[in-house]
Design a protein around this ligand. Structure first.
Ligand SMILES: [Zn+2]
Length: 620
């Protein structure tokens, strides 16, 4: 499964198309099995009388709930229908992803005329030439829909109509009326999910999903999202007006459109903060950033990371590190697989090859971090944008959640926690990547070796609040779209395009911003496990802002706070109710205030354009 995502081949894709639905269907069959359920139920009913410890009790409760939610308590016709719906849903998800991958890979923006490259930095042009060569178009330049190719083009290309072409191609993935169109898949998926939720006695699919999450109800989620939506949108409108002024001042006679946002916001960023992203990247060669992340884990918990070149890997890009505790004990293995390639799906994620457990003797974790950073090019190492630096720390946080896991039962090991809790350990790690003291240790120019200057750090600080109305708005629009689909009690014969359009109009989204994912390319929700769960990133931001505050109060590397974070959160996996675990770490429930404060989302917002920093890194 991990290789299918990270190092696929046409053969694996084909095999996946056949095997994945069968694997999912097999998993589903397990939790609808009434004979197994009849063995689980009596244990569940007697759980308080069996002398179980807390972890054992939680494992019993989780299994019981999983069976009920899997349909094991259903009978007769309901049961058959539920089961057949699940089978169909599994096939639809696989098909959705395959369509999305093929729509992403088949597109190529081919440029033969060097004039059309105006504005693009040298490294972007060189990468485009390499892409063209790899596709048999030597002497031309090629851009793809993958982020490391698409975003630099949108950011720097002077040619507006080509920006429009590339932007529209990206948004249109899965909505081209061809054999990879995802609209019918969405319609069917939404209908089947609602039906199954109702068979289990829930009003909608969102109600069904959220009872198992920390958020508990669609209302709680809706409240939080709308609390953020209004100030975010206000900021986005101000940002749009500022971009229009930049365009006007440049003498460009146009009205800002969605494909102009990256281009003019980069100009504005340079005017206001003089941050040249491609010059900044020189301070973030991948190996140094990774070493920086290792260093943070070392200072917090005494962990050490040493390369293991003797362990076989599935691709030459992959590196293996042995992780040891402060006492020198073997903790687990971390694989890093950071570079973009066609055989990898887009995004960034962490996955276990083996979960930590101690049921049949100690079993140590093996975790992989997968990203899509630019490949090294000749003498030039892979240079990361600051966003990508944050992504590396984020996925490293998921890896640590898996590596520091210390439970008995594998079903509650590491990242086996509710969706809206799983992003807390990853997002809290992002905070260290943004600290001056940390950056000064690892951010060094890849050619001169010189450390990042305090002038750069000032600019980074200021820029952290730049364009955040846009970032929050595009994220929240996608999260709200997800919630609207899944709070439909009778979706009927839904037309995804009309539904999306109406929802966004009703929310008041401006034309200059598209949701981070539109329906037909919203893989988290229609091809993955984030259905009515995309909100989880901002929910986790509430936790991470509140949680990191503990270190602000006691010190960035305060040992007592770090120990508590490890013992109550990172080592517990899913063996403790997340809210309980959080209270034990922090001494109280998380407050939204820390997030509102940190992201400048207090209802009264000043004109500096402060707004939240919301990012949508994927995890598994
Ligand atoms: Zn994540």
């Amino acid at each position: 499964m991990n290789l299918y995502s990270a190092n696929s081949t046409p053969e694996l894709q084909k095999l996946g198309g056949t095997l994945l639905p069968r694997l999912m269907s097999n998993q589903a069959a397990l939790f609808v099995d009434s004979r197994l359920f009849s063995r689980v139920k009596p244990i569940y009913l007697q759980r308080d009388m069996l002398g179980l410890n807390d972890e054992q009790k939680r494992v019993v409760e989780r299994y019981y709930t999983q069976f009920v939610r899997g349909g094991a308590a259903l009978e007769g016709e309901d049961r058959a229908r539920f089961k057949s719906n699940l089978d169909q849903l599994a096939q639809l998800a696989v098909q959705f992803n395959q369509n999305l991958l093929s729509e992403t890979n088949r597109y190529l923006l081919l440029i033969a005329d060097a004039e059309e490259l105006a504005g693009l930095p040298e490294d972007v042009v060189a990468a485009a030439a390499a892409t063209a060569t790899a596709r048999g178009k030597d002497g031309q330049w090629a851009f793809t829909l993958q982020t490391p190719s698409r975003v630099p083009f949108l950011t720097y290309a002077r040619n507006r109509s080509l920006r429009e072409t590339l932007f529209k191609a990206y948004i249109a993935r899965g909505n081209n009326g061809n054999n990879a169109d995802n609209n019918a898949i969405i319609r069917e998926t939404v209908r089947l999910r609602a039906e199954n939720a109702q068979l289990l006695g829930h009003a909608t699919f969102a109600h069904f999903t959220l009872t198992e999450n920390m958020a508990k109800t669609p209302d709680n989620v809706g409240d939080l999202l709308m609390k953020l939506w209004i100030p975010a949108l206000d900021n986005a409108k101000r940002e749009r007006d500022a971009l229009q002024q930049v365009a006007d001042a440049e003498g460009d006679t146009l009205q800002i459109a969605a494909w102009d946002w990256w281009y003019y916001s980069e100009k504005l960023r340079q005017q206001r903060y003089a941050i040249d992203e491609s010059a900044l990247k020189a301070y973030f060669p991948m190996p140094a950033v990774r070493a920086g992340a290792f260093d943070v884990a070392n200072r917090l918990w005494g962990l050490s990371f040493s390369p293991r070149k003797d362990i076989p890997v599935y691709h030459p890009d992959v590196e293996v590190f042995e992780v040891r505790t402060a006492d020198g004990n073997h903790l687990g293995l971390l694989y890093t697989d950071y570079y973009v390639r066609d055989s990898k799906r887009p995004g960034a994620w962490a996955s276990p090859y083996r979960l930590q457990s101690a049921l049949d003797g100690p079993s140590t974790p093996i975790i992989v971090n997968v990203c899509n950073f630019a490949r090294p090019n000749g003498e030039t190492p892979s240079l990361l944008s600051f966003d990508e630096v944050t992504t590396l720390f984020h996925e490293f946080g998921h890896a640590l959640h898996g590596l520091m896991s210390n439970v008995t039962y594998p079903s509650v090991g590491g990242t086996q926690v509710p969706r809206d809790f799983v992003e807390f350990p990853s997002q809290v790690m992002e905070n260290w990547a943004a600290q001056r003291e940390v950056l000064q240790r690892f951010a060094r120019h890849y050619q001169t070796g010189e450390a990042i200057s305090s002038e750069w750090l000032d600019k980074l600080d200021a820029a952290a609040r730049f364009n955040q109305g846009f970032a929050a708005t595009e994220y929240l629009a996608a999260a709200l779209l997800d919630m609207r689909y899944h709070t439909l009690s009778e979706p009927g014969d839904l037309d995804p395009q009309a539904f999306e359009k109406n929802t966004l109009r009703e929310l008041g989204l401006i034309d200059e911003i598209a949701p981070r994912y539109t329906s037909t390319n919203f893989g988290h929700v229609f091809g993955g496990g984030y259905a009515s769960g995309y909100y989880a990133y901002i929910w986790a931001e509430v936790l991470d802002a509140d949680g990191f505050d503990a270190f602000r109060q006691t010190g960035l590397f305060d040992q007592a706070t770090a120990t508590k974070l490890r013992d109550e959160i990172f080592s517990r996996g899913g063996s403790v109710d997340p809210m309980t675990a959080y209270r034990r770490f922090r001494g109280g429930e998380p407050s939204v205030d820390a997030l509102l404060e940190k992201r400048g989302l207090k209802p009264m917002i000043d004109d500096s354009g402060e707004a939240p920093d919301v990012r949508g890194n994927e995890t598994q």
